[in-house]
Design a protein around this ligand. Structure first.
Ligand code: NDP
Length: 485
């Protein structure tokens, strides 16, 4: 692969400081090439380009912005197979997943907000016979977007599309661990003649590029998806600067299975919610809570299912479990499993690096799907996000205990509940601290509904109108009745 440069003002440019980072392929550990190790100077250039482009982008109107986003979606769609291959190489995820989920969802994000760009969001209120208030929604300006490595193009476009649709221009930073598809997106935008300066992409470390975006005085809004500790750091820097902040952070999501559930369906989906993308999805159900009467059955099915998942080369169409994103992340997961053992946990399957891998993948960062029982709910294993192919299973006796266990962490992103009882489902959905509760399903997403977490899982919501509100400022114009004509 070529050097991955920044995209600033519609041009692919080297970092000002001439520094580069090695970009490694997770499935092999081999170098894929270099990615720009940019810093505050590049962020400044990107900001200037975005600032210069912003009046025209706003003035061109929602209909035209929507057309541009549809054209970008067309370009991504036409390149789907290649983008899916690149995502799989760069991230380690099975190509079947990037082909059916990551890249199609990136297209859907662009199209959804392309359509939203055209809608009139102003509101008019008559105040008796005294006045008329008109509430306009203006773009915020140049916005900073920072995204993680687990769903690279999917989450990158989830921020870029609403920001641009609302009339903002963008300085965006993908994770330096997975910079390939973001670079390709910038190239595609440039190839279709996207107005220069509207979409600027700066590569580099969070501590340099990310913080420069957060600190920049000309960037009044930051949308961040990533870990909770990083979110806290960003919030501490952005708050004194009175920036708008959207934080989508970690999760430790409960997956609650009652004895009256359709267990076949629950187990098929729970296998996915445990191990999809090697467990590196913020919405994975990493804490499985099972009613005691069906506990052993559920555990047996889970262990059997985990053992059947095909681990292998992410580029092989048959692979179901690819590589973890980095050696550091694989080692962190291994140490979390060691800690679970120290907490008294029993590792029923997995808990190690797979012994048999294709030759090409011997230097890669793989870890077996792992099921652990017997760890306390207040221990680190059940409290801290592991973000890998590791789930715990904990029994409960009744509804009350299930709710108590489900809410017993600092996180509150999502939950799944498996039960045949509509009343129980509704009671549990009410009682659970989470931004999203799935009943007898997982990861069914409608782009119109709000998405985000409570407690330490985030601040604010993305998706649909929530995103369009975040990326705009309300301005109320109140005119006394009968004073103008
Ligand atoms: P990180 O928080 O480490 O990084 C996320 C992004 O922030 C990266 O681009 C990173 O750059 C950048 N960054 C790091 N430090 C700073 C900083 N001080 N200032 C500004 N930017 C910074 O998360 P991961 O990439 O490890 O992603 C995994 C995490 O993301 C998990 O906790 C997961 O739960 C969460 N997540 C949440 C989602 C949600 O919607 N709630 C969805 C998906 C993931 P760099 O790569 O260089 O470190």
């Amino acid at each position: 692969m070529n050097d991955l440069r920044n995209m600033i003002n519609g041009e692919s440019v080297d970092p000002v400081n001439g520094r580069w980072l090695d970009n490694l392929e997770p499935a092999t550990g081999a170098s894929l090439g270099r990615v720009a190790a940019s810093d505050a100077d590049d962020v400044e250039l990107a900001w200037r380009a975005a600032e210069n482009a912003r009046a025209d982008w706003d003035a061109c109107g929602g209909t035209q912005r929507g057309r541009w986003l549809h054209r970008l979606a067309d370009a991504v769609e036409a390149d789907l197979e290649e983008l899916a291959r690149l995502e799989s190489i760069d991230n380690g995820k099975p190509v079947s997943l990037s082909r059916t989920v990551d890249i199609p969802r990136a297209v859907a994000n662009l199209r959804f907000f392309a359509d939203a760009a055209d809608e009139d969001r102003s509101r008019r209120y008559r105040t008796g016979s005294e006045a008329t208030n008109v509430v306009h929604r203006d773009p915020v300006g140049v916005v900073g977007l920072i995204s993680p490595w687990n769903l690279p193009l999917y989450l990158f476009t989830w921020k870029i599309a609403p920001a641009l649709a609302a009339g903002n221009t963008v300085v965006a930073k993908p994770s330096e661990l997975t910079p390939v598809t973001a670079t390709r997106l910038g190239e595609l935008a440039s190839e279709i003649g996207f107005p220069p300066g509207v979409l600027n992409i700066v590569h580099g470390l969070g501590s340099e590029v990310g913080e420069a975006i957060v600190d920049h005085p000309g960037i009044p809004a930051i949308s961040f998806t990533g870990g909770t500790a990083t979110g806290a750091r960003i919030a501490s820097r952005a708050a004194p600067r009175f920036k708008k902040l959207s934080l989508e952070l970690g999760g430790k999501n409960p997956n609650i299975i009652f004895e009256d559930a359709d267990l076949d369906r629950a187990m098929a989906t729970s296998l996915r919610s445990s191990f999809a993308n090697q467990g590196q999805i913020c919405l994975c159900g990493s804490r499985i809570l099972v009613q005691r009467s069906v506990h052993d059955r559920v555990v047996d099915a889970l262990v059997e299912g985990a053992g059947r998942l095909r681990i292998g080369d992410p580029l092989d169409d048959e692979t179901q479990q690819g590589a973890l994103v980095s050696a550091d992340h694989r080692d962190k997961i291994a140490s979390c499993v060691d800690r679970a053992r120290e907490e008294g946990g029993e590792v029923l399957c997995g808990g190690r690096i797979p012994s048999s891998l294709p030759d090409r993948c011997r230097g890669g960062y793989f870890y077996e799907p792992t099921v652990i029982t017997g760890v306390p709910m207040d221990g680190a294993t059940n409290q801290e996000e592991i973000f890998g192919p590791v789930v715990t299973v904990t029994p409960f006796d009744d509804e009350e205990e299930a709710i108590r266990l489900a809410n017993a962490t600092d996180y509150g992103l999502s939950a799944s509940v498996w039960t045949a009882s509509e009343e129980r489902a509704s009671r549990i959905a009410d009682a659970i601290d989470a931004g999203t509760v799935w009943i007898n399903c997982w990861l069914l997403r409608d782009l119109r509904v709000p998405f985000g977490g409570v407690k330490h899982s985030g601040v604010g919501r993305e998706g649909g109108e929530e995103a369009m509100h975040f990326f705009t400022e309300a301005k109320t114009v109140c005119t006394a009745e009968g004073t103008t004509s």
